[in-house]
Design a binder for this molecule. Structure first.
Ligand SMILES: Cc1cc2nc3c(=O)[nH]c(=O)nc-3n(C[C@H](O)[C@H](O)[C@H](O)COP(=O)(O)O)c2cc1C
Ligand code: SF4
Length: 518
C-alpha cells in the first residue's frame, strides 16, 4: 500500500508553516524516490501542535508535531512513514490528551478526512443524516431538530427547530437558507475550521434545512478574511452538485436544493442577521428593525432561515443518530455539544468540542493549561467583543447559556480569550467602546453617539479627571446603550465595559490628576 501522509491546509496550520512543511516533505519523497500520497486535510484544532503531520500506518494513524521544515529530513531518517520514533512523535492523534478529552459530534471528521473527498465523507458517516431526512416529512424533520434541543451557535442561542418551524409555516413562492459564516467574534474560528476541514457537513446541514422548510436555495455568507474557506466551500459545492447531493433532485428525491457562496466586505455588523441580509442583497449592511422577522420576510423579502455555520453543521449528526442521542449531552437547556475556541494568552490554544457543562476554570486551567506567559490569569472574555470579562472568582460558572446570563455574561459563539495579570481592564473597556464606535452601523443613537461618548469618558477616567462623576456617567451611558439600542452591537457593548468596572475596580482608580496652579 502507498503510504499516506496527512498535512493540514487549514488556515491556522498554514499560518504556522504547514505549506513549507508540505513542500519539504514532497521534496524529500522525490529525493528519496519514495511513492506516497499527500492528503491536505483540515486541522483537528490542537493549534499548539500545528503543523501536525499524520501518517497512516498498519496500526492506525501516528501524529508528529509541531513539525518544522528542518525536522523533515530526520523524520524520514527515523522511519516516520511507519510511525517511527522522533522528538516530534505524538502517537495516535485521538490519544493526545487535548483531543482524547473531547466529545466530537459536529467536528468528528474535521482534521481526519480529505475535506474535498465525498467518498471519504461518506465513509465516515457523511450523508446518513440527509438520507434519513429524505424519508421524513418536513414537519417530522423540524420536530427532530426541535427535540434535539439544538440552539443557535451564532450567539443568541435561539432554538433552531422553532426558527425552522416558523419558516415551514410561512407561505412563500421562494424560501431561502442563509448560513451566517461572518464569524467576526474575537477568538473564534470554529466556522472557519468546519468550512476548511469538513465542508460537506455544512452543505448537508443546509440541504436538510432546505428540505425541512421548503427552501430551494441557500447562501453561505463568508467573511472576506477567510479566502481558504471560500475556496474550499466553492469546490465542495461543485463536487456536491456533480454527485447529485445538490441540484434539481437531491440524492434522486423530489426535493430541489442548490447553494452559492458569497463573500462579505469586512464589517462586524454584517454578522448581525438583518445587516447580513442587506449586504447579501447588495446593499450597505444596515440593521433592520424587527418585526418583520427574517423567518417571515428575510432575503429579498422571502421567508428565510438564517443560521450560524455550527448550528447547521450540527444537524446531520442529529438526523443520523437521533434527537435523543444529541439531547443526552449537555446540561439544563443547553443540549448537545459546543465547540469551545480557546484563544488569547493561553498555553494550549485550539478548538475543544465538549458537552455543555464544563466550568470556565476547567476550560482555562485544565484544558488551556493557563497562560502562555506563565503569569496568573487575570480575566477571560467569553463570547467575543460583546462578551463580559470573567475574573477567576467566577471560574466555577458552567458553560451553559443560562448560567452565563445569570452572571451578566454570554456564551456567544463560544470563543474565550485569556488575559494575564498585565492586562489593563480600563484599556479593555475603552477598546470595547472604541470597537462599537468603529463598527456601529449608525442606525440608532445610543450606539452611534453613545460609543463615542463612552470612549471620551473612559479617557477622562484614565486621565484621573473627576473619577467618581465619570464612572457614574459611564454606568449611566451603558444603561442607555443596553436598553435603548436596536441590536446587540450597541446593546451588549456594556457587558465588557461594566464587567471590567465591576470585577476589576482597581484598574479604574488611577492617581487623581494634579491641577496645575495658575
Ligand atoms: C453585531 C452582531 C454580530 C454578529 N455576528 C455574527 C456572526 O459573525 N456569526 C453568526 O453566526 N452570528 C452573528 N450574530 C448573530 C446573528 O444576528 C444571528 O443571531 C445568528 O446568525 C442566528 O443564527 P443561529 O440561530 O444559528 O445562531 C451577530 C449579531 C450581532 C448583533
Ligand atoms: S445598535 Fe449600533 S449596530 Fe445595532 S442598529 Fe443600532 S447603530 Fe446599528
Amino acid at each position: 500500500m502507498i503510504p499516506r501522509i496527512y498535512i493540514p491546509a487549514d488556515s491556522g496550520a498554514l499560518a504556522l508553516g504547514a505549506e513549507k512543511v508540505a513542500k519539504a516533505i514532497a521534496g524529500e519523497l522525490a529525493e528519496r524516490g519514495i511513492e506516497a500520497k499527500i492528503v491536505r486535510n483540515g486541522s483537528r484544532g490542537a493549534y499548539f501542535l500545528e503543523p501536525m503531520v499524520e501518517v497512516a500506518t498498519a496500526n492506525g494513524r501516528v501524529a508528529y508535531g509541531p513539525v518544522k521544515p528542518s525536522d523533515v529530513k530526520s523524520l524520514f531518517d527515523s522511519g516516520f512513514l511507519t510511525g517511527g520514533p522522533h522528538k516530534r512523535w505524538l502517537g495516535a492523534p485521538d490519544k493526545i490528551p487535548f483531543l482524547a478529552k473531547q466529545t466530537r459530534l459536529t467536528f468528528a471528521r474535521c482534521g481526519v478526512i480529505d475535506p474535498l473527498s465525498l467518498e471519504s465523507y461518506k465513509k465516515h458517516g457523511g450523508l446518513n443524516g440527509l438520507k434519513n431526512a429524505l424519508e421524513l416529512t418536513p414537519a417530522a424533520i423540524v420536530t427532530q431538530v426541535t427535540e434535539s434541543g439544538l440552539r443557535g451557535r451564532g450567539g443568541a442561542g435561539f432554538p433552531t427547530g422553532i426558527k425552522w418551524k416558523t419558516v415551514l409555516d410561512t407561505a412563500g413562492d421562494r424560501k431561502y437558507i442563509v448560513c451566517n459564516a461572518d464569524e467576526g467574534d474575537s477568538g473564534t474560528f470554529a466556522d472557519r475550521m468546519i468550512m476548511e476541514g469538513d465542508p460537506f457537513v455544512l452543505i448537508e446541514g443546509m440541504t436538510i434545512a432546505g428540505i425541512a422548510t421548503g427552501a430551494t436555495k441557500g447562501f453561505v455568507y463568508v467573511r472576506s478574511e477567510y479566502p481558504h474557506a471560500v475556496a474550499v466551500m466553492n469546490k465542495a459545492v461543485e463536487v456536491a452538485r456533480k454527485a447529485g447531493v445538490l441540484g434539481a433532485s437531491v440524492l434522486g428525491s423530489s426535493h430541489a436544493f442548490d447553494m452559492e457562496i458569497r463573500v462579505g466586505a469586512g464589517a462586524y455588523v454584517c454578522g448581525e442577521e438583518t445587516a447580513l441580509l442587506d449586504s447579501l442583497e447588495g446593499k450597505r449592511g444596515m440593521v433592520r428593525a424587527k418585526p418583520p422577522l427574517p423567518a417571515h420576510k428575510g432575503l429579498f423579502g422571502k421567508p428565510t432561515v438564517i443560521n450560524n455555520v455550527i448550528s447547521l453543521a450540527s444537524v446531520p449528526v442529529i438526523m443520523d443518530k437521533g434527537a435523543a442521542f444529541y439531547k443526552d449531552f449537555g446540561m439544563g437547556r443547553s443540549r448537545g455539544t459546543i465547540p469551545i475556541q480557546i484563544a488569547g494568552n493561553v498555553r494550549y490554544g485550539g478548538l475543544f468540542e465538549a458537552a455543555f457543562g464544563m466550568t470556565l476554570g476547567e476550560i482555562v486551567d485544565e484544558i488551556g493549561g493557563g497562560t502562555a506567559t506563565g503569569r496568573p490569569v487575570k480575566a477571560v472574555q467569553v463570547g467575543g467583543p460583546l462578551g463580559a470579562y470573567f475574573p477567576r472568582s467566577l471560574f466555577d460558572t458552567p458553560f451553559d447559556y443560562e448560567a452565563f446570563a445569570a452572571k451578566d455574561g454570554l456564551i456567544g459563539h463560544a470563543g474565550i480569550v485569556v488575559f494575564d495579570d498585565t492586562a489593563d481592564m480600563l484599556k479593555q473597556a475603552r477598546f470595547a467602546m472604541e470597537f462599537c464606535a468603529i463598527e456601529s452601523c449608525g442606525k440608532c443613537t445610543p450606539c452611534r453617539i453613545g460609543s463615542t461618548r463612552g470612549v471620551e469618558t473612559i479617557d477622562k477616567l484614565a486621565a484621573g479627571i473627576e473619577p467618581e462623576k465619570n464612572l457614574a456617567l459611564v454606568t449611566d451611558l451603558c444603561n442607555t446603550m443596553k436598553f435603548g439600542s436596536l441590536c446587540a452591537l450597541g446593546g451588549f457593548t456594556p457587558y465588557p465595559v461594566m464587567s471590567s468596572i465591576t470585577h476589576f475596580p482597581d484598574d479604574f482608580k488611577p492617581a487623581p490628576v494634579r491641577v496645575a496652579a495658575e
